[in-house]
Write a protein that binds this ligand. Structure first.
Ligand code: KIV
Ligand code: NA
Length: 264
């Protein structure tokens, strides 16, 4: 199998073929999603609130994300493995961003990094790409800035559409190979997608982007509770695991597991 590279994703856009990104934070999901043909595996800072038990993405650290990224990079044969730069690990300076991103490439085997921000991150994106690190930008609603954005809300409605367009063009000009747009009106995301040569990746950004991304625990039903409107749940992994754990506990209590066939 041939490794997916950033130019393949660009060619797919040029051919009008949509591609897919999913989060992954461990060996088995990386193997499974890779086998399913997902082009990009994102080791998101969403590991913070989907793996590590935090309430938001803010607390996760570089040292916590590197081993998860390494597991995914070791396990995916075809997918491009993208590492999310966590909050506070790249915003202080271009130098801080480069040193952090280089750790994900060297220590974890990532093939690129993702960072949040638009025009204000352009110089950082240029620094990283000039230094050999492919960058995927993330604009619209950016969860690491929830406290300055005033909570989880759609970005780019009405006059604010200009801001999204400006950010999209800024990150593309700075050398980003793709741009994630989160919680942006569908018509705005469609316009960005038409205007940019690089692929756009939507999450809550309508059907007209070049690619889509979802957090796997949302899409496949591991997480329970209220889901954002942009999530579609494809399977219900949680109920399968719940059934398995209950059946196992029942068998052990009843003395029916282990059976003779499991015994030496
Ligand atoms: O961390 C994450 O999972 C993400 C995607 C939702 C784009 O940034
Ligand atoms: Na993220």
């Amino acid at each position: 199998v041939k490794r997916i590279r950033t130019h393949h994703l660009r060619s797919m856009k040029e051919r009008g073929e949509r591609w897919t990104m999913l989060t992954s934070y461990d060996m088995y999901t990386a193997q499974i999603f890779d086998e399913a043909g997902i082009e990009v595996l994102l080791v998101g800072d969403s590991a913070s609130n989907n793996v590590l038990g935090n309430e938001t993405s803010l607390p996760v650290t570089v040292d916590e994300l590197i081993p998860l990224t390494r597991a995914v990079a070791r396990s995916a044969r075809r997918a491009l493995v993208l590492a999310d730069l966590p909050f506070g690990s790249y915003q202080a300076s271009e130098e801080q961003a480069y040193l952090t991103a280089a750790r994900f490439m060297k220590e974890a085997g990532a093939h690129g990094v993702k960072l949040e921000g638009g025009a204000e991150m352009a110089a950082t994106i240029r620094k990283l790409t000039d230094g050999g690190i492919p960058v995927c930008a993330h604009i619209g609603f950016t969860p690491q800035s929830e406290h300055t954005l005033g909570g989880y809300r759609v970005q780019g409605r009405g006059d604010a559409a200009e801001r999204v367009l400006r950010d999209a063009h800024a990150v593309a000009e700075a050398g980003a190979f793709a741009v994630v747009m989160e919680m942006v009106p569908g018509d705005v995301a469609a316009q960005v997608t038409k205007e940019l040569a690089i692929p756009t990746v939507g999450i809550g950004a309508g059907a007209e982007t070049d690619a889509q991304v979802l957090v796997w625990q949302d899409a496949f039903g591991l997480r329970s509770g209220r889901m954002p409107r942009f999530v579609k749940q494809y399977v219900d992994v949680r109920s399968v695991l719940l059934e398995g754990a209950r059946a196992y506990a029942h068998d052990v209590r009843a003395g029916t597991f282990p059976g003779p066939e499991h015994t030496f």
